[in-house]
Design a protein around this ligand. Structure first.
Ligand code: SF4
Length: 455
C-alpha cells in the first residue's frame, strides 16, 4: 500500500554525500579495457548453458538538439540520413550476436533507450522491429518499452512501435515552465506532451511513465510543485523524478547553466515531490521512482521480486541482458560488457565482424555477494540474514559483520531498524537508500569523488 511520507530534511542534509546509483555493482568505474576477445565468446557460451530468459536493450543515440542538462550518451544531429547506417550496424551486431545465443532462450523484456528512439522514422522503426524479430523470439507476455520524446513524436511513430509489440512508454517532460524549458534548451509546450500522452493511451499501452527533473535553472519549490500538479492530471502509472546531476567536467554543456537552485531549494522540491505523490496514491519505490499501487513495479516490490539493472528498477528478474548499439551494456551472471561509446569505434568493430565491446568487468565471488546484497537492499528495502545466507551460500552476518555494525548511526537516526534476523529500511531510510547501499561497496574509497551527490 502507498503511505503518505513526510520527509525529514535534517536527515537528508546529514547524509547527502556523493554516491553511485547502483544500476550495476561494481559500477562502470571498475570496467577495464584489458581483456582477451576470445574470453567473451567463452563467457557467452558459458552463459548459454543455462537457458535463462533474455532482456534486450537497444541504444538509439540520435537527438536533433541537445538538452543542456542531458547526461545520456547521444549523437546530436539534424541530419537524419545518419540513421540508416546506424540501423545497418545494429542489424550486423544482431547477426554477430544471435548465433552465439541459444535459440531456446525467450526474450521476456526489451527496452529502447537513447537518445530519442523516435528520432527514427516510423519506416525505420518497422525495419528495426522486423530485424529484431528475425533474430530473437519473444515470450507472449514480454514487457517491451520505449523512451519517447514528445517534441518529435507522431501518431505513426506510436503505431510503428505498437506493431513490434511495444506496450510501455516513458516520456520526457522534465518541467512545464517555459522559462525553465528555455534555460535548458528544451522547448516543449504542454499541448505537445498532452498529445503524446493521448496517443499512447489510445494505442492501449499498458504503462505510461513520466520523467521530470528537479534542480534545473530557474526552478523554485513553487514552480516545480506546479509542474508536478500538471503532470498528475495525466495520471501516469509511474513517475521517474530525477535530481539534476551537475557534472560539467563530464558534460560540458552543463557549464552553460549560470543559475541553479541552491541545495536547500532542491531539498524542498524533493520533499514536496515525495509528499505530493505519496498522498496521491503513488508508492515511493526508492531512488527516483514512484508507481501507482496497482502498477507492476509497486506489486513487484511488495512481492520482493523487484530487480535493479542498467535501466533502473525492473519487474523481470532472472534475465540476462544483451545490449545493442553504441555504449550499451550487457550483463550476464558474472560479467558486464560495454560497447564502444563513439560511432566511429562502434562501426569499426562491427565492420571487422567483431562484437563491438570496449570494456568488461568480471565479477569476483566477493563482487557477486556484494552485488546481490546491494540489489536486495535497494529493491526489497530489507536484508534478511537467513535468506541471504541461503542465497549467497555464506554466513551473511559473519561475512558482513563490520558493515552491519557500522549502521549504528543510521539506526539511531531512524533510517533502519534491526534485530537478530536482519535490517529493515524505514520510510526515512528509503530516501537515503543509496547511502545505505554504499556501506556494502568495497570500491568506494577510491572512486567517491566521481559521483554526483545523493540528492
Ligand atoms: S532528448 Fe533526451 S537524450 Fe536527447 S538530449 Fe534531450 S534529454 Fe538527452
Amino acid at each position: 500500500m502507498s503511505t503518505n511520507l513526510s520527509v525529514n530534511l535534517d536527515l537528508i542534509r546529514k547524509y547527502n554525500v556523493a554516491g553511485p546509483r547502483y544500476t550495476s555493482y561494481p559500477t562502470a568505474l571498475q570496467f577495464t579495457e584489458e581483456f582477451d576477445r576470445k574470453d567473451i565468446e567463452t563467457q557467452i557460451d558459458e552463459n548459454n548453458k543455462e537457458a535463462t530468459p533474455l532482456s534486450l536493450y537497444f541504444h538509439l543515440p540520435f537527438c536533433e538538439t541537445l538538452c543542456w542538462f542531458c547526461g545520456c550518451t547521444t549523437v546530436i544531429s539534424s541530419d537524419h540520413s545518419r540513421t540508416d547506417p546506424y540501423l545497418d550496424h545494429l542489424e550486423k551486431e544482431m547477426q554477430i550476436t544471435s548465433p552465439l545465443i541459444n535459440k531456446e532462450r525467450e526474450v521476456i523484456q526489451m527496452h529502447f533507450g537513447g537518445g530519442s528512439p523516435n528520432y527514427l522514422s516510423p519506416a525505420q522503426i518497422r525495419r528495426l522491429g522486423k530485424n529484431i524479430h528475425e533474430n530473437f523470439h519473444f515470450a507472449p507476455d514480454a514487457e517491451l518499452s520505449v523512451e519517447l520524446d514528445p517534441r518529435r513524436l507522431t501518431k505513426d511513430h506510436i503505431d510503428a512501435f505498437n506493431e513490434m509489440g511495444i506496450n510501455r512508454a516513458s516520456i520526457g517532460i522534465q518541467d512545464f515552465n517555459p522559462k525553465v524549458q528555455e534555460a535548458v534548451n528544451r522547448i516543449q509546450p504542454k499541448e505537445v506532451s498532452d498529445q503524446a500522452i493521448a496517443w499512447i493511451r489510445e494505442a492501449g499501452y499498458q504503462s505510461l511513465n513520466i520523467d521530470l527533473i528537479y534542480g534545473l535553472p530557474y526552478q523554485t519549490a513553487e514552480s516545480f510543485q506546479e509542474t508536478l500538479n500538471l503532470a498528475l492530471e495525466s495520471k501516469p502509472d509511474r513517475f521517474a523524478i530525477f535530481s539534476y546531476a551537475h557534472v560539467p567536467w563530464m558534460k560540458p554543456a552543463q557549464k552553460l547553466f549560470k543559475v541553479l537552485p541552491d541545495p536547500e531549494t532542491k531539498l524542498e522540491m524533493l520533499k514536496r515531490t515525495i509528499e505530493t505523490l505519496t498522498s496521491n496514491g503513488y508508492t515511493y519505490i526508492g531512488m527516483d521512482h514512484f508507481a501507482r499501487e496497482d502498477d507492476e513495479l509497486a506489486i513487484a516490490q511488495r512481492k520482493k521480486t523487484l530487480q535493479r539493472n542498467f535501466q533502473g528498477y525492473s519487474t523481470r528478474g532472472g534475465a540476462d541482458i544483451y545490449g545493442f548499439g553504441m555504449s550499451s551494456i550487457s550483463q550476464t551472471n558474472a560479467h558486464y560488457r560495454q560497447n564502444h561509446k563513439t560511432l566511429p569505434s562502434y562501426y569499426a568493430a562491427i565492420e571487422k565482424g567483431e562484437l563491438p565491446i570496449s570494456k568488461i568487468c568480471t565479477l569476483t565471488t566477493d563482487d557477486f555477494i556484494r552485488r546481490e546484497t546491494i540489489m536486495r537492499l535497494m529493491c526489497d528495502l530489507e536484508l534478511n540474514y537467513q535468506n541471504l545466507s541461503h542465497l549467497l551460500k555464506i554466513d551473511f552476518k559473519d561475512y558482513f559483520s563490520n558493515e552491519i555494525a557500522s549502521f549504528e548511526n543510521e539506526e539511531a537516526d531512524g533510517l533502519i531498524t534491526s534485530n537478530s534476523e536482519g535490517i529493515t529500511v524505514t520510510d526515512n531510510g528509503r530516501l537515503l537508500i543509496r547511502n545505505l547501499a554504499m556501506r556494502f561497496d568495497a570500491y568506494l574509497n577510491s572512486s567517491e569523488n566521481r559521483f554526483s551527490r545523493t540528492i
